[in-house]
Design a protein. Structure first.
Length: 108
């Protein structure tokens, strides 16, 4: 039964990593088509998000060897740091949307 829980967490982590890789590929395409502050911020944030995912996984495993206090400390740190790439991505998307998208209304 314990292995099934581990399997579900592993599948969730793999799906999360695959989704982040797709976003990174999309950002790379966007940067190659329109290189500007907004697209570069989105690409950097996407890469940071993937690195944070990997670091979170590795950090939990390492903290687990030092006991529950280490896990709790690591969890507190990741609770604060993990949203930062998403904030950076949102800032890049907002910058791109405000500065670089055509502001004319489409003909309906």
């Amino acid at each position: 039964m314990e292995n099934s829980h581990t399997l579900f967490y592993a599948i969730g982590g793999i799906l999360n990593a695959l989704a982040q890789l797709v976003v990174i590929i999309g950002c790379i395409v966007l940067v190659t088509k329109q290189k500007n502050t907004g697209t570069i911020l989105m690409l950097v944030a996407s890469i940071l998000s993937l690195l944070f995912l990997i670091g979170n996984f590795a950090g939990n495993m390492i903290a687990g060897h030092y006991g529950t206090d280490a896990i709790l400390l690591f969890s507190k740190m990741t609770a604060v740091l993990t949203p930062l790439p998403y904030v950076l991505f949102a800032a890049g998307l907002l910058t791109y949307g405000v500065m670089y998208v055509n502001k004319t209304k489409p003909v309906a």
